[in-house]
Design a protein around this ligand. Structure first.
Ligand code: GLN
Ligand code: ZN
Length: 763
């Protein structure tokens, strides 16, 4: 028997983002529900066939989702919050209402909360639990999709979020219980899903329990024992207990106790964990070796992976090992063969890369090479791989001596503002004359199809740079006038020149390459196209100064310069894996610092350095967190500290839970921080209040991820809540994120209401 292969999940947006396009067309009423369902079925089908043709043994099923796999499970087991009860008639509408909120036909309900899936930039919809929560299997999506694949002759390995992980990533919506106590109620519905899969002929089921890579309480450990004993008792399915994004460490013993048929571990994130896991692995359990990185785009180093696989093979025998991706390929772009632009992605760099489709082939080749009787084709692949890896290692493209010199010259003073916050804020108030509860936005204004069409025409050479610049200046002027009319206090230029907040900067920095189609799902239908950082980073020239100073020239109100911070640029890029991430982050910090200083020189008084990604980089284990946060804070401070006291530095973070990082957020020492708060009804603020967060703060008063127009009263209510826990003099009033994805009409109405709310608060 050869070594088996497994893929943990495949990207579901489609090779050309077909899912995004179909969903958006459906939401806009341009295609029917049937057409949407067909587009989805087509994606599943082509994913399955692609993996089958490549020779994968354990092909994932139920890894498709219209929005998010956690939301899928919530829907299937009827963990549907009460406020959606009137929408139960149509399952798909109900599902999208939970994701988006719903404001139609006299019904007005908010969306469920959304947050980042562990340390990724993929967002899931947070399950909401009440004390008397009931679960009932109302729809077995996993079974549906299993049958669908069977019709193609493919017996898939359905993938489910594990019961313990599911409960722990959810949230109690009322006091008086702990969500883990719901396990007994959840298990029957969960097991029903499994039983139906079994009766349909499923052999393996992949149950994702990334929570096993975090620090567990005894109560959670007990929940694990109970859950997996119940599952084993109820079904004969072979359970692939799947962990990723970290190592099991001490939890390896617990995982072994659960006696799954297969245990999957992430050997990209935790290569050191192999021996410890093998030591405790029960005799009847196979080990799935996650050696092909599901989260980065570098070619697998076959020689290194083979060492790991051989090691495991020598200890367990080849029947007991499976070669796999480290995690779902959901976090990888689709296909390197869709990249044809040698200018943005030079051939030398492309040679070093591997996307989802290539990773599938890597898994198959590795298993073949380790299996003892490799094919000629695999041997050839190993030769090419060795040459490619060596080419990257020795390439002059990755090194820049100037950058290295500058890095060596960084002193601790680089990370210090001139004076403490108290003195700075006084100087800023003298400079800016803002009212109490000053209003502002987070940066971007609606990116209409028209604006995007200018950029694409410019990129294709259909309009000249002068024409493009003139069009954007027109847009900036309109955006400034609208903000003046609405009565906002600190204006922005609107970011219409930016495709994406990271790509825009990456394109102007050295050391970055760009894909044309390297899309990765971020939330719902939204995808991002992370840049590839392959070399040392520097800033050849100013990146934003012309646009911002133009906007400032149009108005007497302060215009806020808008930059993306070093942690976020790092976090939302595919980062080189040949030097520590912190080194790359510091290089970016120096580049952003140069920009901040140039903006100040050009007369800009308020500068926002967005860091929405700080929290998502947080290691899963508490013991590793301080080191990461210290480096992240240092990088932010290096970028922010080149200016005088009177220049006001803002930062923005969205969808963050702050409780466990509040000390470091304070250490960032931004003069003003704007955060997400609307979806959580200000509960986020607790952390800031308790900590006595000293600097100014703008808790987002409305959720921009939904087209819903918030009422004045609703925002006043949120602001009152905020003013109860924080000093009103600290507070700013703003939406919870950028407005890029919204339409103009709803944006204007929402901001008008927001300014009214601020005025009410001032009185
Ligand atoms: N300034 C950015 C914008 O408004 C911030 C986006 C974000 O936080 N993700 O679009
Ligand atoms: Zn944001």
């Amino acid at each position: 028997m050869s070594i088996r292969t497994s893929i943990l999940g495949y990207p579901r947006v489609g090779a050309n983002r077909e899912l995004k396009k179909a969903e958006e067309a459906y939401w806009a009423g341009r295609i029917s529900k049937d057409e949407l369902l067909q587009a989805a079925a087509q994606i599943r089908r082509s994913n399955w066939l692609l993996q089958k043709e490549a020779g994968i043994d354990l092909i994932p099923g139920n890894d498709f989702s219209f929005y998010d796999q956690t939301l899928d499970l919530s829907l299937c087991i009827d963990a549907v919050p009460e406020r959606y009860n009137t929408l139960r008639d149509d399952r798909l509408e109900l599902y999208f209402a939970m994701a988006h909120g719903y404001q139609k036909n006299g019904i007005d309900v908010t969306a469920m909360e959304m947050t980042k899936w562990f340390d990724t930039n993929y967002h899931y919809i947070v399950p909401e639990f009440v004390k008397n929560q009931e679960f009932k299997l109302t729809y077995n999506k996993a079974a549906q999709e299993f049958k669908e694949a069977l019709e193609l002759g493919i017996k898939t390995k359905p993938v489910l979020v594990g019961p313990v992980t599911y409960l722990l990533i959810g949230k109690e919506k009322e006091a008086g219980f702990n969500r883990i106590e719901l396990l007994d109620r959840l298990l029957p519905a969960y097991i029903e899903i499994l039983k139906e899969l079994e009766s349909l002929g499923a052999e393996f089921v992949q149950i994702d329990e990334p929570i096993l890579c975090t620090d567990l309480t005894p109560q959670v450990e007990e929940a694990y024992r109970k859950a997996y004993a119940a599952i084993a008792k109820a079904t004969g399915l072979k359970i692939i207990l799947t962990t990723y994004f970290g190592g099991l460490a001490d939890n390896a013993v617990l995982a072994a106790e659960l006696k799954p048929a297969v245990l999957h571990i992430d050997l990209v994130r935790a290569p050191e964990s192999l021996d410890g896991v093998i030591d405790v692995l029960p005799a009847g359990t196979a080990l799935s070796l996650g050696v092909v990185d599901g989260r980065n785009i570098w070619k697998n180093d076959f020689r290194k992976s083979l060492e790991i696989i051989e090691d495991a093979k020598s200890k367990l025998g080849q029947e007991r090992i499976i070669v796999a991706t480290s995690c779902s390929l959901l976090h990888s772009p689709f296909d390197l063969e869709n990249e044809h632009n040698g200018k943005s992605l030079p051939a030398q760099v492309k040679r070093w890369l591997s996307f989802a489709r290539q990773k599938v082939a890597e898994v198959v080749t590795l298993a073949d090479l380790a299996g003892g009787a490799p094919s000629e084709c695999s041997k050839e692949a190993l030769k090419c791989n060795t040459a490619d890896i060596e080419d990257r290692r020795t390439s002059p493209l990755t090194n820049n001596d100037e950058v290295k010199k500058r890095m060596a010259a960084v002193t601790p003073d680089f990370a210090k503002r001139k004076s403490p916050f108290g003195e700075r804020i006084a100087a800023q108030h003298r400079e800016l004359y803002l009212p109490l509860f000053p209003t502002t936005t987070i940066g971007s204004f609606p990116q209409t199809t028209e604006v995007r069409s200018w950029r694409s025409k410019f990129k294709k050479g259909e309009i000249t740079r002068e024409e493009y610049t003139a069009l954007l200046k027109g847009e900036i002027e309109r955006t400034i006038r609208i903000q003046e009319e609405i009565g906002l206090d600190v204006l922005v230029h609107g970011e219409s020149e930016r495709n994406d907040m990271v790509e825009y900067f990456g394109e102007q920095l050295s050391g970055f390459a760009f894909t044309q189609n390297g899309w990765v799902q971020s939330y719902g239908s939204r995808c991002v196209k992370p840049p590839v950082i392959y070399g040392d980073v520097s800033r050849p020239k100013a990146m934003t100064v012309d646009w911002i100073t133009y906007a400032q020239s149009l108005t007497d109100k302060p215009v806020k310069g808008m930059l993306t911070g070093p942690v976020t640029i790092l976090q939302w890029s595919f980062v080189r894996n040949d030097q520590p991430r912190a080194v790359t982050m510091k290089q970016i910090a120096l580049a952003i610092r140069d920009e901040v200083v140039d903006l100040e020189k050009a007369g800009i008084k308020v500068i926002q350095i967005d860091e929405p990604a700080i929290r998502e980089g947080l290691p899963l284990r508490k013991a590793d967190r301080d080191e990461y946060l210290d480096k992240a804070v240092e990088a932010f401070r290096i970028s922010a500290s080149g200016v005088k006291d009177s220049t006001q530095i803002h930062t923005h973070m969205c969808y963050s839970q702050f409780n466990d990082i509040i000390r470091h957020i304070a250490l960032m020492d931004a003069d003003v921080i704007t955060i997400e708060c609307a979806r959580s009804q200000m509960s986020l603020l607790g952390a800031f209040a308790e900590f006595r967060y000293p600097n100014e703060i703008g808790p987002g008063v409305y959720d921009i991820h939904s087209p819903r127009v918030p009422s004045v009263d609703e925002m006043v209510a949120l602001l009152r809540k905020a003013a109860q826990v924080l000093n009103p003099a600290q507070l700013w009033v703003n939406p919870d994120c950028g407005l890029k994805t919204r339409g103009w009409e709803e944006t204007k109405s929402s901001l008008q209401n927001m300014v009214r709310a601020a005025r009410i608060m001032r009185n």
